[in-house]
Design a binder for this molecule. Structure first.
Ligand code: PAF
Length: 277
C-alpha cells in the first residue's frame, strides 16, 4: 500500500494505478463501517484509494475539530488489510492554502436536520469532497448510510455538477447492542456508552409502531422523543420523520421515509437513522 500527502504525489500515484478506481473519503479513526466500504470497493474496483483528512471546513468554531480522535498508524494497518492500494493524507495547508475562497454549496437539501443544527457544515463537506473527487477522479466513491443526509447531498451535488462518479452508500454498521459505529463513540465514558443505545432503541420503537401500521409523522416523532426523554444522560437536538428524497417533514408517511435524530450523550453529539418503507 502506497501513502502520499501532497497533491502532486497523489496525482502521480493515481496515474500509475490500473483500471477503475474506487475512493473512500474518510476523516480517519476508522471503524468497521469504513472498512466494510473499503472491502466493497476492493471487490468492485480495480484500484482502491482512501483519503484521511480531518476537514477543518466542516467543523464550526464551537465543535470538536481540535479533539477529533486520530490514530494514523492503526488506520493504515486497517486499510492495508482491507486491500487498499493508495492512501492520501492531505494537510490542511495543502487543501486550503492561504487565500482559499471557493466553496461548493448544495441548496435546499442542506437546509433541514444536520444543516439546521450545524450551519456551514455541508458547505465544508461538499467543498472538500469536490476537491477529493477532482484530485482522485474515481469511477466510484463510497459513503456510509449513517450520514444519510450527507449521502443525499453528495448524490445531488454529483448530479448537479455532472461528476462522472457513481456514489455508493453502504449500510450502517452497528455494535452488538445496536449503537451505530462512529469515530465519535470514542468520546463516551462507560456510563455514556451504555446510555448511547438510546438512539437505536428510539429508532427501533418508532420502526415497530410503523410496522404495526402507524403512519402519522407526529406520532412517530413523538415516540422517538419519548424514548430519548427517558434516558437521563441524553439530550435531544432533533428528531425527524422526513421524506427520503426531499428531507421534508411528513404529516403522513406514504413512501420511503428517513427517521433520523441527533442526540447529545453528555458532551458527545451522536446521529443515527433508519429508513422505512
Ligand atoms: O463522512 C465523513 O467522514 C466526512 O464528512 C467526509 C465525507 C470524509 C468529508 O470530510
Amino acid at each position: 500500500m502506497q501513502m502520499v500527502s501532497t497533491l502532486a504525489d497523489l496525482r502521480a500515484a493515481r496515474l500509475a494505478l490500473p483500471g477503475t478506481a474506487g475512493l473512500i473519503p474518510t476523516m480517519g479513526y476508522l471503524h468497521e463501517g469504513h472498512i466494510s466500504l473499503a472491502r466493497r470497493a476492493r471487490a468492485e474496483c480495480d484500484s482502491v484509494i482512501a483519503s484521511i483528512f480531518v476537514n477543518p471546513a466542516q467543523f464550526a468554531p464551537n465543535e470538536d475539530l481540535a479533539k477529533y480522535p486520530r490514530n494514523l498508524e492503526r488506520d493504515l494497518q486497517l486499510l492495508e488489510s482491507a486491500g487498499v492500494d493508495l492512501v492520501w493524507t492531505p494537510t490542511p495547508e495543502g487543501m486550503y492554502p492561504p487565500g482559499f475562497s471557493t466553496w461548493v454549496e448544495v441548496e435546499g437539501l442542506t437546509r433541514p436536520l444536520e444543516g439546521a443544527a450545524r450551519p456551514g457544515h455541508f458547505r465544508g463537506v461538499t467543498t472538500v469532497v469536490t476537491k477529493l473527487f477532482s484530485a482522485v477522479q474515481p469511477e466510484r466513491a463510497y459513503f456510509g448510510q449513517k450520514d444519510a443526509q450527507q449521502a443525499a447531498v453528495i448524490r445531488k451535488m454529483v448530479r448537479d455538477l455532472d461528476f462522472p462518479i457513481e456514489i455508493i452508500v453502504g449500510p450502517t454498521v452497528r455494535e452488538a447492542d445496536g449503537l451505530a459505529m462512529s469515530s465519535r463513540n470514542a468520546y463516551l465514558n462507560a456510563e455514556e456508552r451504555k446510555a448511547a443505545t438510546v438512539l437505536f432503541n428510539a429508532l427501533s420503537a418508532a420502526q415497530q409502531a410503523y410496522q404495526h401500521g402507524e403512519r402519522d409523522g407526529d406520532v412517530l416523532r413523538g415516540i422517538l422523543r419519548h424514548v430519548i426523554d427517558l434516558q437521563p444522560l441524553a439530550r435531544m437536538q432533533y428528531v425527524s420523520a422526513a421524506d427520503y428524497d426531499t428531507l421534508e417533514e411528513l404529516q403522513t408517511l406514504t413512501g420511503k421515509t428517513l427517521l433520523s435524530m441527533a442526540v447529545f450523550i453528555g458532551q458527545t453529539r451522536l446521529i443515527d437513522n433508519f429508513v422505512l418503507g
